[in-house]
Design a protein around this ligand. Structure first.
Ligand code: SF4
Ligand code: SF4
Ligand code: SF4
Length: 242
């Protein structure tokens, strides 16, 4: 699934946290901070993923040797206290980061704050989404550098950087929400697939996600139909009068 459609197939269509972010957080998507400084924090999810694997190691050891040191280390890391505070994975990640911070900043830093920076499942998907065929393709001739695509990206991706160069967008953070494709005023962007080894385009999505492209296509079909009937193509004004 990730191979063909990217991480967004899960994060955009299956995960309930993602569903909440795309509904409650949709009107706040432009509040996600962008830039190099914030991009460094993208690695926080990898650190949490590493911790989860370490805990899993001790958890398995605890199953094999109950009441052993391994079981004790797992319990301390998962549920233990430090200086009377709940400094453990369960509280720090599940309650503080995912719950309090993730939802707490929903209306100030966009609904995808947890998804972009801290989610360990996303961090895991980032590893194998590197082999994905999914890309956002761009027709760089049409780009007017308005930055709208980057502004609406609630995963903090600089979409315009790719569009201006005509490079297939391969940022693993993409959750395929289609906001950038839809909002581009000149229809530069579209979903497609590449051969990951050569980055050669091997497919374009049949379903048009761009409003501008849909209008262009409708106008083209109108022109073809009119030509086949021997009439001048119908204009928007004609349609309105009719
Ligand atoms: S990033 Fe994590 S929390 Fe967000 S939609 Fe994906 S799997 Fe769910
Ligand atoms: S706005 Fe575009 S680049 Fe950003 S997550 Fe959505 S589809 Fe991906
Ligand atoms: S929204 Fe479209 S035209 Fe504007 S910068 Fe992005 S790709 Fe270029």
């Amino acid at each position: 699934m990730i191979y063909y459609w990217g991480k967004g197939a899960y994060c955009g269509w299956i995960c309930s946290c993602g569903a909440l972010a795309e509904t409650l957080g949709d009107t706040h998507r432009d509040k996600m901070p962008h830039g190099e400084k914030w991009n460094k924090l993208n690695l926080a999810g990898q650190v949490i993923l590493g911790l989860a694997f370490v805990l899993l190691f001790f958890r398995i050891g605890g199953w094999v040797w109950p009441n052993s040191l391994m079981a004790g280390i797992f319990n301390a890391g998962m549920y233990g206290q430090l200086l009377g505070f709940q400094i453990n994975y369960s509280w720090m990640v599940d309650v503080v980061l995912a719950g309090m911070i993730g939802y707490g900043v929903y209306f100030w830093l966009s609904g995808r704050f947890w998804c972009r920076f801290f989610c360990p499942l996303a961090a895991l998907m980032h590893i194998y989404t590197k082999f994905s065929r999914f890309r956002i393709l761009s027709d760089k001739k049409k780009c007017i550098s308005c930055n709208q695509c980057t502004t609406v990206c609630h995963q903090g991706i600089d979409v315009m950087h790719y569009a201006q160069r005509g490079i297939p967008m391969d940022d693993p953070q993409c959750v395929r929400c289609s906001a950038c494709v839809q909002s581009c005023p000149t229809g530069v962007l579209e979903f497609g697939q590449v051969d990951p080894s050569t980055e050669e385009v091997i497919g374009r999505d049949d379903l048009v996600a761009s409003l501008t492209r849909a209008q262009e296509e409708a106008a083209r079909e109108n022109g073809h139909a009119a030509a086949a009937n021997g009439h001048a193509p119908m204009t928007e004004g004609d349609q309105h009068v009719a």
